[in-house]
Write a protein that binds this ligand. Structure first.
Ligand code: S3P
Length: 177
């Protein structure tokens, strides 16, 4: 198991950091949202509107089941709701070392202002939604994580450095080069 799994709230930077991190480590980069959009043949927001959240969650679980045991040298970025189901949480831990990208409520709101691609934020006041979902999800993210990476005020360079250092220090992930 030599993979890095990125979890965290919408807008925490999983996809952007994941791509840069994979480049730095010379790892493959995969993003579950992008893989699912390819499977669905439409954006996630459209799939949510047609099939609903529950069907989406089932497809997320199925994707993780397919990926578990099949990956190496991979950075896997995940959708913000992925660790919420206990079954998914277990699969994520099987796949790799789980990094929780934690951001404050304020920076999360800043990053999500004006976003129209995320169905869970589509209606109502952004601040209230983020506040409620963060309260629900923060303990679950923390419980699944092997490492909590605080992102506020850090550059990508600093975050990549922190992940590299903590990944190669952890058991079973010795650097080969
Ligand atoms: C979701 C987060 C989204 C996407 C879907 C549901 C969530 O991914 O999977 O809209 O439940 O938090 P991002 O975290 O990449 O925005």
């Amino acid at each position: 198991m030599k993979n890095i799994v990125l979890i965290g709230f919408m807008g925490s930077g999983k996809t952007t950091l994941g791509g840069k991190l994979a480049n730095a480590l010379k790892f493959q980069f995969l993003d579950t949202d992008q893989m699912l959009e390819k499977e669905f043949g439409c954006p996630i927001s459209e799939f949510f509107a047609k099939e609903g959240e529950q069907v989406f969650r089932k497809r997320e679980t199925k994707l993780l089941q397919d990926l578990a045991g099949a990956l190496s040298n991979t950075v896997l970025a995940t959708g913000g709701g992925m660790p919420l189901l206990a079954e998914n949480a277990k699969l994520l831990q099987q796949i790799g070392r789980v990094y929780y990208l934690r951001a404050s409520k304020e920076s999360t709101i800043q990053r999500l202002l004006g976003d129209t691609s995320r169905p869970l934020l589509a209606e109502g006041a952004l601040e209230e939604k983020v506040d409620r979902l963060l309260k629900e999800r923060t303990p679950l993210y923390a419980a699944v994580a092997d490492y909590i990476l605080d992102t506020d005020g850090k550059s990508f360079y600093e975050m990549i450095e922190e992940v590299q250092r903590t990944f190669y220090q952890s058991k079973g992930n010795a650097r080969r080069d």
